[in-house]
Design a protein around this ligand. Structure first.
Ligand code: NAD
Length: 485
């Protein structure tokens, strides 16, 4: 049975119980992990705190070498980790190859960024003085990760945190801790003990003690809005640095100039990747009324051709959902939309033909509107609701009619529409004609209730450093502006 990783050692910690990890495609128990407690969180923070001083004083060049080495080890064990991700999370193997590429290259990227610069020199008020700004690590960073991209979202936090000189305690989702534990074993063993620690268990039991711990000054969290609110309410009185990446309800607008075939293909990818369980999944679609009927028909036909099944089978396009309760939420959103006048063109319920596994039919709905939950709340599943719009101003207004602001996509070749879109839509990432494509150097994060954290790029590094201004009077003589006046 996998154990927790604390202070460079594998340990069952103080857990007296275990959590079974289920393969969502087969419902088989893959393994079980310790159900960590507050005492385990304390032990991991103590180890990370002990390791911090040496790690922050390790030269940036040495840290870079160790992070490159971690990435190289991930490359060496690429297939094993991608397979484990597929088994515990469900998405097709090819999508996990992509996740592995992102994970290891994020370590390469931040290895280099970490030795690039740690501040700036600014003009002094007097030529005999010297003023500069240093970016310092915070100390121990708690990295709390969801289940949908267990290693990629870990890398987006852990790589910049370590490169900046912090030490970390990782808390993977209770649904998907296996790839994380294996990653620690395969790719982090060469780091000094305590620099990386992994505790397993439920959020309120082992995550919350990390958030509350006085020796954890920064909390990097990706997950739901509700958990983010809970974490923020605990951390706020302690003035902790919060880095929150919360839910999305991303829109896609299909402009009338766009070829239907391209838009259908882009939309199916953006909405159904990882069975729609991506924070940046397209979750609501606005199609110009002139194209609405033809577009709906082509989309329905394309979506019906997609193949559902176990993600380890290479002939599969869409895997299972992670758990039954997430399937139920999608079904609930569809039922509520139908009760308010939407129509299901394809799909609509649990997939038939599977004895086991949390498969849900990819679904296309038409005649959706903003009175429906499926257009307002995060659905997080393979459902695509379509709504017609009359003119581009209305499309932009509908995009912005949301409490969330993670990403937004426009499909168009018309530069005037593109400019109106990126200038007026409130979202952290705007995609034009290529939804969901990230960039190592491009800051990723949300606006509004999605939380203001940014991952990737320089911004993703800066989240793990705090700023210190040094004002140095080199001569050090008595000043005429001191007492007495
Ligand atoms: P979740 O909020 O249920 O859990 C996320 C993590 O927080 C898990 O590790 C969980 O154990 C932990 N947790 C739960 N309660 C906690 C508490 N009280 N204190 C500390 N930790 C706690 O989210 P989930 O279901 O794992 O993930 C899906 C959600 O994540 C969706 O809302 C999705 O949009 C969001 N997400 C956002 C992004 C982004 O970049 N914005 C990326 C991926 C997923």
């Amino acid at each position: 049975m996998p154990e927790m990783y604390i202070a460079g050692r594998w340990t069952a910690g103080s857990a007296s119980e275990h959590i079974n990890i289920i393969d969502p495609a087969t419902e088989e128990v893959l393994a079980s992990v310790p159900r960590g407690t507050s005492a385990d969180a304390q032990a991991a923070v103590a180890a990370a705190k002990d390791a911090f001083d040496d790690w922050r004083r390790t030269s940036a060049n040495e840290r870079a070498d160790m992070l490159h080495e971690a990435a190289n080890l991930m490359r060496e064990h690429f297939d094993e980790l991608a397979t484990l991700l597929t088994r515990e999370e469900g998405k097709p193997y090819s999508e996990n190859e992509e996740e592995m590429e992102w994970t290891l290259n994020t370590f390469h990227y931040y290895a280099e960024l970490g030795r690039h610069e740690i501040g700036s020199v600014i003009p002094p008020g007097d030529p005999a003085q010297f003023n500069f700004v240093i970016r310092e690590p915070y100390g121990v960073a708690a990295c709390i990760i969801p289940w949908n991209y267990p290693l990629l979202l870990l890398a987006w936090k852990v790589a910049p945190a370590l490169a900046a000189g912090n030490t970390v305690v990782i808390k993977p989702s209770e649904l998907t801790p296996l790839a994380t534990l294996r990653l620690a074993e395969l790719a982090f063993a060469h780091l000094p003990p305590g620099v990386v620690n992994v505790v397993t268990g439920f959020g309120p039991e082992v995550g919350e003690p990390l958030v509350r711990h006085p020796d954890v000054p920064v909390i990097a969290f990706t997950g739901s809005v509700a958990t983010g609110q809970r974490i923020a309410s605990i951390a706020a009185p302690m003035m902790k640095k919060l880095h929150l990446e919360l839910g999305g309800k991303d829109p896609m607008v299909i402009a009338p100039d766009m070829e239907i075939e391209t838009a259908v293909s882009a939309l199916a990818y953006a909405a159904l990747l990882n069975a729609g369980q991506v924070c940046t999944s397209t979750e609501r679609v606005y199609v110009h009324q002139s194209q609405y009927a033809a577009f709906s028909e082509e989309l329905a036909s394309f979506v019906s051709s997609l193949r559902l099944g176990n993600g380890l089978d290479e002939n599969v396009d869409i895997g299972p959902m992670i758990e039954d309760r997430f399937r139920d939420k999608v079904a609930g959103h569809i039922a509520e939309a139908v009760s308010r006048g939407a129509r299901v063109l394809v799909g609509g319920g649990n997939a038939t033909g599977f004895d086991r596994g949390y498969f849900f039919q990819p679904t296309v709905l038409i005649d959706a509107n903003h009175s429906m939950k499926i257009m307002r709340e995060e659905t997080f599943g393979p459902a695509i609701p379509l709504m017609p719009y009359r003119d581009f101003d209305e499309a932009i207004r509908l995009c912005n009619d949301s409490a969330l602001g993670l990403g937004a996509t426009l499909m168009s070749h018309d530069a005037r529409l593109v400019k109106r879109f990126f200038e007026n839509v409130k979202a952290g990432t705007i995609w034009i004609n290529d939804p969901l494509t990230d960039n190592y150097a491009g800051p990723f994060g949300g606006m509004k209730m999605t939380g203001g954290g940014r991952e990737l790029g320089q911004a993703g590094f800066d989240e793990f450093t705090e700023i210190k201004h040094v004002h140095w009077d080199i001569e050090g003589g008595i000043k005429d502006y001191w007492f007495p006046y």
